[in-house]
Design a protein around this ligand. Structure first.
Ligand SMILES: Nc1ncnc2c1ncn2[C@@H]1O[C@H](COP(=O)(O)OP(=O)(O)OP(=O)(O)O)[C@@H](O)[C@H]1O
Length: 594
């Protein structure tokens, strides 16, 4: 076998220490030898985590320096930082500079290591399309890309085409319309909003090419081949955190370079027969929608706006009357309360791959395999729940973040084809505060009498429309803006141009400022009376991965492993309680996690 043939062993020097270097199968290791030729310490690197091998003495970061010495070669590889001091599973670029007794031997090492790389890492990207949002987060995306990420791509021999966005939805439109032949993946340098653009572009384009209508709620969507990479540079980077375990540009860049591949479930959200959005982390009504809508009025506060809005919305003490229907997964097979955690190499997710794609062995194409997914209509019975809820939400992943290491549903899986539906019924303010607080502790947030959690394949929601005139106005505004952002020409109206330039959220904030005086009076009333009056009549909005959806009725469906990220899930030694690094904000959720 070819893999067996990649084997080499020799003496080399690392600084002034003699080593025995060994390339065997899928590992490269070097062992320090003492004066009597006895083994001392060994460092072993999987070939799959070798970034590059270069002749000479080479440095990349912080600046590139090459000294073309003829007996040396430099190995670059993934190095994990120790997780002490509250740090997450950070990856950095390891660098070891070896000296060989002769030039010939040096050339042999370089050749053999490069052959091993080709053999063991056939799916590494060669060409990437990179979108940078210059206005995301602290406006440092361009600097992060050029100083930290681009040198790593160059080192790994990846060529990249960079687009610095000039308007919202430019990345999505580019992916939908431009020629993407030759690209192995698309990368966003920004926050969750930018990731969502790429998600919509990649899914939309794949369906277009397959001739599948995204607006048909019952369509089996075609899984996407083009990988998505996230370099975190936004003010909210929750998807990155939940799939990598830390928000760190170098760690993410290294996952991209070595071609990691993490499948991800995606929830399609339809309003009647129109696709409203796709979501990977949160589709929530009530508290979560209210916090997002409120926070948009206070964008000037920066990240603090989520905590501030969370407090205000909590004080309003609102609940909403509605009907929730869901299609449950057999709880004997999998349960949101089984205390499992979806970590790198998750068994539940890999077994789901079989179930989702290989059900019918006779199916050979990716599309026909996808048809092997469970059919929504034929599988089981819909369950209906009616009541008054503080909030309801569906999440396709644990949605852990730096402030809530366990997340919204600690045992949810990234790629098992299901979502977790959480129903929080109306309760007293103290009860709800207890529920919120438990997201930040190790206590079970589902072990409360007013909370239900179900593992589902699909769900439908119908909430009573708001009775207050102000809320109706608010919903209409939101509707038009969202339609504009999604590019629906019939429902988008004049404000679209502004919406496109600023992004739907910013535009919404602007419009809501105009309504500010009128709303302020009502809000003050709400906050002051909220905890006593238990306000019940107004409508909320949906928080769909940080975007507002203004509908009372939606249907959601989980599409198993619809997209693939350059990631590998959270690595095993990532003790959840330890991770406090990275961005501290996560739209609409962070009030829970403070
Ligand atoms: N050049 C641009 N000008 C204005 N908006 C843009 C531009 N490029 C992208 N956007 C939009 O900005 C929004 C936010 O971007 P991103 O997620 O990168 O940053 P963020 O700081 O995390 O933002 P937020 O806090 O709103 O999530 C996205 O929805 C995206 O569509």
């Amino acid at each position: 076998m070819e893999t067996e043939s990649v084997r080499m062993e020799s003496s080399v020097w690392l600084g002034n220490k003699r080593q025995r270097a060994l390339l065997s199968g899928w590992r490269f290791s070097w062992t320090e030898l003492d004066k009597k030729n006895r083994d001392k310490t060994t460092v072993s690197v999987p070939v799959s985590e070798v970034v590059a091998v270069q002749e000479g003495q080479v440095e990349i970061l912080p600046q590139k320096k090459v000294k073309d010495t003829e007996r040396d070669f430099t190995l670059f590889y993934v190095k994990r930082s120790k997780t002490s001091g509250g740090k997450g599973p950070l990856w950095s670029l390891g660098r070891s500079q070896f000296s060989c007794p002769s030039r010939d031997l040096r050339d042999q090492w370089v050749t053999q290591l490069r052959i091993a790389l080709k053999t063991h890492c056939p799916s590494r990207p060669h060409r990437l399309l990179v979108f940078i949002n210059p206005y995301g987060g602290k406006k440092k995306a361009q600097q992060i890309y050029h100083s930290t990420v681009a040198p790593l791509f160059e080192l790994a021999g990846i060529s990249s085409h960079v687009v610095v966005t000039e308007r919202a939805n430019q990345a999505r439109d580019h992916i939908l319309k431009k020629d993407l032949i030759g690209f192995d993946g698309v990368i966003c340098v920004g926050g969750d909003g930018m990731f969502s653009e790429l998600l919509h572009g990649v899914i939309g384009r794949t369906q277009q090419e397959a001739g599948i209508s995204e607006h048909d709620p019952s369509a089996m969507l075609q899984p996407c081949d083009l990988h998505i990479g996230i370099i975190p540079a936004g003010s909210t980077d929750c998807v990155c955190f939940a799939t990598v375990g830390v928000n760190d540009p170098v760690t993410s860049a290294l996952h991209i370079v070595i071609g990691d591949s993490q499948p991800l479930d995606v929830c399609s959200v339809h309003h009647r027969s129109t696709l409203a959005r796709y979501s990977v982390s949160l589709v929530g009504y009530g508290f979560y929608g209210d916090v997002l809508a409120e926070s948009e009025r206070h964008r000037w506060m920066g990240p603090l706006r989520y905590d501030y809005s969370g407090c205000l919305v909590y004080l309003c003490n609102r609940s909403y009357q509605g009907i929730v229907q869901y299609l449950p997964v057999d709880s004997q097979i999998t349960s949101p309360r089984d205390n499992s955690r979806c970590l790198s190499g998750c068994k539940v997710c890999s077994e789901s791959t079989e179930r989702l794609f290989h059900r019918s062995e006779s199916c050979s194409s990716l599309y026909s395999r996808q048809l092997g997914q469970y059919s929504i209509e034929s599988e089981g019975e819909w369950v209906s729940v009616e009541g008054r809820f503080r909030c309801v939400y569906l999440t396709c992943m644990s949605s852990s973040c730096p402030r809530s290491p366990k997340g919204l549903s600690p045992s949810a899986h990234l790629a098992d084809g299901t979502g977790d539906l959480i129903l929080v019924r109306n309760t007293n303010p103290l009860g709800f505060l207890t529920y919120l607080h438990r997201h930040t502790t190790t206590q079970d947030q589902f072990d409360l009498p007013f909370v239900e959690v179900h593992r589902v394949r699909a769900a439908r929601f119908c909430f009573s429309p708001g009775e207050e005139e102000d809320d109706e106005d608010h919903l209409k505004e939101s509707h038009n803006i969202t339609a504009g952002a999604l590019g629906d020409p019939e429902t988008a109206r004049e404000g679209d141009e502004e919406s496109g330039r600023l992004g739907s959220q910013q535009c919404l904030a602007g419009k809501q400022r105009d309504q500010g005086i009128k709303e302020d009076g009502r809000k003050k009333r709400d906050y002051l009376c909220g905890l006593c009056s238990n306000k019940q009549s107004a409508a909320s909005v949906w928080n769909c991965d940080g975007e507002i959806l203004p509908y009372n009725e939606i249907s959601c469906r989980v599409h198993g492993q619809l997209v693939r990220l350059f990631a590998r899930g959270i690595e095993d030694d990532a003790g959840s309680g330890k991770y406090r690094e990275g961005n501290r904000n996560c739209k609409g959720r962070c009030f829970l996690h403070s």
